[in-house]
Design a protein around this ligand. Sequence first.
Ligand code: SF4
Length: 215
Amino acid sequence: MATDGRGVPLLLHACCGPCSLEPLRLLREDGFEPTICWSNPNIQPVAEHDRRLRTLLDWARDVAHVEVVVAGDDRGAWERGVAPAGFDRERRCRSCYALRLAESCRVARERGFEYVSTTLAVSPYQLFDACEDVLLDLARANGLTAVWRDFRPHYAEATIESRELGMYRQNYCGCRFSSAEAAMERQRARDARKAARAARREGRLVVAPPEYFPG
Ligand code: SF4
């Protein structure tokens, strides 16, 4: 594929707008010119899915000036292939990554890209090693080259910048299981902060946990 002087074309699977900020910037710094690929049938409910997609499209058009391919969102395949894992997070997330990244690799092949990557590698709340395995295997099977980077050190910058841009930021990964897990985690953190406040009143030093944001 010709680079038209803008960098080496790469198809970047994106899970949402806020998580796209830093990967796009860093990949451009590395000499790539990403096209974003949306394939996220994991996001529930549908209104939440549509809100995250709208946030991504607005940012891509108005701020990042990057093309977005809205690929397949096969919700039936997600229910059949991912949901049966339930609260077994490792199994569930592996199959969820596989579904979304397989669709991204299909689009990459169809459009003549050689390189593929994913914004999932920016969030410290994702299963980093499992996601790497899945992307590398799928890229190899499709005759593509995976560009796998640890974007996680830039997560804090992405958080600040997306807030400054007024982007919508979700407080759970996407599926109904992650929504329940995040709610439980927030409750646990609230209880721990309450306990820390009570301990301080009694003159004991206890460190309260930070806010939980599994984006
Ligand atoms: S937690 Fe996120 S990656 Fe894991 S199954 Fe749910 S939506 Fe997919």
